[in-house]
Each structure stands twice: as structure tokens, then as C-alpha cells.
Design a protein around this ligand. Structure first.
Ligand SMILES: [Zn+2]
Length: 404
């Protein structure tokens, strides 16, 4: 090996405004990355010019630099069914170095999806996943597992096989994604109970992410029943969808929802095409109920709108009056801690793995839409790029004006 290959490549993100909610940082800092590790966070004035020698310097002045954004719910296993988008298109291509697949696959197909996408040498984005506890589950445009009633057939659960998969894939499976269907008894979802049992038996904490709302063809347990069955640390996605049954007819939190929040239930946006409503979010925010995490649920149905990207989804929450630092926390330290990866993800610190995102605040009047309602905005977050795997990846748009 040539000696030059022994020296890790150095990348410097120069002159950006670093906002890292986990460390309460909001300051102009250079972020210095060597190989795949953050080696310095320095004031630009203190910059060691020797460090810049031979380094790739990215001028990010005027930009916001954050810990690597994490999209906690998206669908990025293309080739498994027909529902997914390309991981690197919505990941590093949109300034998001870390994606969490939201249960595209059940147990029987997971290892193949892992090999084809997550571990594939061409994949640049770091991908983690929630796994569906069923043997056979795959997300498709026509909801085939619901149409064939596999998603509500208890024979689809194999506890031994599930436990082995959770063990075998412990490095990337961060939780279970449950479609809370029932079989005979509408007060119990055997799929949710199997997921809870598997999580209890696992050697590490595994949150359960549950979809709020219904599915075609298969019945689900009611929202109060679901909320009562979830544990602290579990995650409701599509939490601001409207008509989800968490609020009563007077706009008050139903008791089961209040109790679940008191136990530590976490709320995820999971925008999707029809699963985020400004109107519902306003009602929830007025009650002091905010998202813990902002995610997209990006798939082929919504990438062309109304979701578009994680940055666009962040812009929507920001436009609703949430502080920028809190919006960033909802896509960095909060998702990292919700999947128990806060020691490696979600914060910028020397010695940590270098996942770093860069966005630009575009000051210009415009609009955003939840698919139903259009809201006027004064500014938006636009992805510029990210560092992942020791390399700088410019985002599809607005990346060209950043010198690389
Ligand atoms: Zn989804």
C-alpha cells in the first residue's frame, strides 16, 4: 500500500454556523473530518493552516452545519416490492447521511434487502431499519400483504425466526415496525404483542414504531386500544395525520393518549402523502404536544410532492413556529436517542463518526403544502450536502454553488 493511502483524507467544512442542539452549540466553527472521524471543531480564527494543507476544504459560510440528519421513517429498499425510493437519492443526495427504513420488509426477505441495498458497496448513505415482525411483509403500491390478508394472519408470526433475525441484524435493525392488525379479537393485535415479546427478549432496547391510521383490506385495533398497549419509548408515526383518534371531538387529548405520553410515548411526523396535516399539528401544538422526531415516510407516492425531502418537511415544522434549534434536534439527537444510538449519532463532537449535514437558509417568500393546505413561508431550509463515510456529498440542488 502506498504511504499516501495510510494518511486518512481530511475534509474541512469552513466557516459555517454550527447548530448542535445536543451540546447547545450555536457558533461559527470549522468542522474538521479526518477519514470517517470528527477530529476538530475550531473557531475559524484559530484555524491551524497546517491542517488545511492537502485537505478538501468546503466553504460553507452562510450555511447551517448540523449533526448528520436522520430520517427516522422512509422506504428505501427498491427492488423489494414497488414502493421504495433509491436510498442515495433521498439520503446523501438530499443532505441526509442517515436513513431509517420504516418497515418495508418482514423477516423472510430482510437479509436479501440488506445485501442488495444496505450493505451494497455502491450505497453511500448509512441505512438502519425497523423490521416488520411478520415472516412475510413487504410494502407495495397495492398493499398486497393486506389484500391477501397475510398482514392479519397470525401464522405469519414465527417468534424463533424473528428473534434470530434481530440477533443476526443487531448492527442495523433498531426496532420493529408494527401494523397493528388483529385476527379474531379486536382488542388485541398478535403482531404488536409478538413485537413486544421479541423486544423484551432482545439483548438491547428495541422501540416499536406503529403506524397511526388504518390499512385497506385488514382491520386494525382502535387507537385507544393501541395507545394503551404501547410502552414508553415506543413511537407513533403519522402522529399529526388528522382523524387519527388521539384527540376527541372537542380537540382534547383522549385519556389513553395522555397516559401514553406520560409513559414516554414518542411522536414522529412520518409526513407521507396524506399523513401530516397543518390543521392537526396546530391543534396538537396548541395543547403543548409537539413532535419528538420529524420524518418523511418518503416513498414513490410522495417524493414528487407533497413531501419532496426531509429539509422541506423540516421547513414545514419551522414555519409553524418551532425554533430552528428544536427543528434540528427533531432530526438529529432526538431520532438518535429514540433508536438508542445517541452515543454514535445525532451530535457533533471530536472522536465521533463524521456524519455532518449542511443546509442553507433561503430567505425568500414561498409556500409549502401538506397535500391539503398551502401555507405561506418567508424562508426555507435547502440541503447543500453532507459528509458521510469520509466524503463530501453535494446535494442534488443548491449544492452546485458550494465549492468542493
Ligand atoms: Zn411508511
Amino acid at each position: 500500500m502506498a504511504s499516501s493511502e495510510l494518511v486518512p483524507r481530511t475534509t474541512i467544512l469552513r466557516g459555517g454556523r454550527v447548530i448542535d442542539p445536543a451540546s447547545a452549540t450555536d457558533a461559527l466553527l470549522d468542522v474538521v473530518v479526518q477519514g470517517e472521524t470528527i477530529v476538530a471543531l475550531t473557531r475559524p480564527a484559530d484555524r491551524d493552516s497546517e491542517m488545511a494543507h492537502g485537505a478538501t476544504v468546503i466553504d460553507v459560510s452562510g450555511c447551517v452545519v448540523t449533526p448528520g440528519l436522520i430520517d427516522l421513517h422512509c422506504h428505501v429498499m427498491p427492488g423489494l416490492g414497488d414502493f421504495c425510493v433509491e436510498a442515495d437519492e433521498v439520503g446523501v443526495g438530499m443532505g441526509v447521511p442517515v436513513l431509517v427504513d420504516g418497515g418495508t420488509s418482514g423477516v423472510a426477505t430482510f437479509d436479501l434487502a440488506r445485501r442488495a441495498v444496505i450493505d451494497h458497496p455502491a450505497t453511500k448513505t448509512k441505512i438502519l431499519a425497523f423490521i416488520d415482525p411478520n415472516q412475510l411483509y413487504l410494502a407495495t403500491k397495492d398493499f398486497i400483504c393486506h389484500k391477501l390478508e397475510i398482514a392479519n394472519d397470525a401464522r405469519n408470526i414465527d417468534r424463533q425466526s424473528l428473534a434470530e433475525s434481530l440477533d443476526r441484524n443487531a448492527d442495523i435493525v433498531v426496532g420493529l415496525k408494527v401494523r397493528a392488525c388483529y385476527t379474531d379479537d379486536p382488542t388485541v393485535s398478535p403482531f404488536l404483542e409478538a413485537a413486544k415479546a421479541a423486544a423484551d427478549e432482545a439483548a438491547r432496547p428495541l422501540p416499536i414504531m406503529v403506524h397511526l391510521g388504518r390499512f385497506p383490506h385488514t382491520p386494525c385495533i382502535s387507537t385507544p386500544t393501541l395507545l394503551a398497549a404501547l410502552r414508553g419509548g415506543d413511537i407513533i408515526t403519522h402522529a399529526f395525520r388528522g382523524g387519527g383518534g388521539t384527540l376527541d371531538g372537542f380537540g382534547e387529548l383522549i385519556p389513553e393518549f395522555r397516559d401514553a405520553l406520560d409513559r414516554g410515548l414518542l411522536l414522529d411526523v412520518g409526513h407521507s402523502g396524506t399523513d401530516f396535516r397543518f390543521r392537526e399539528a396546530r391543534r396538537m401544538f396548541a395543547k403543548g404536544v409537539f413532535p419528538h422526531t420529524i420524518s418523511t415516510d418518503l416513498n414513490i407516492f410522495n417524493i414528487g410532492g407533497p413531501v419532496f425531502s426531509l429539509a422541506e418537511t423540516m421547513t414545514k415544522i419551522w414555519a409553524m413556529g418551532v425554533d430552528l434549534a428544536d427543528v434540528i434536534a427533531m432530526c438529529t439527537i432526538n431520532p438518535a436517542s429514540s433508536i438508542h444510538r445517541q452515543r454514535e449519532l445525532g451530535s457533533l463532537a471530536v472522536g465521533r463518526s463524521a456524519e455532518v449535514s449542511v443546509m442553507r437558509i433561503v430567505e425568500a417568500p414561498g409556500t409549502v403544502s401538506d397535500g391539503y393546505e398551502t401555507v405561506a413561508i418567508e424562508r426555507r431550509l435547502a440541503p447543500v450536502g453532507c459528509v458521510r463515510g469520509g466524503s463530501w456529498h453535494a446535494a442534488h440542488s443548491l449544492g452546485a454553488d458550494v465549492a468542493a
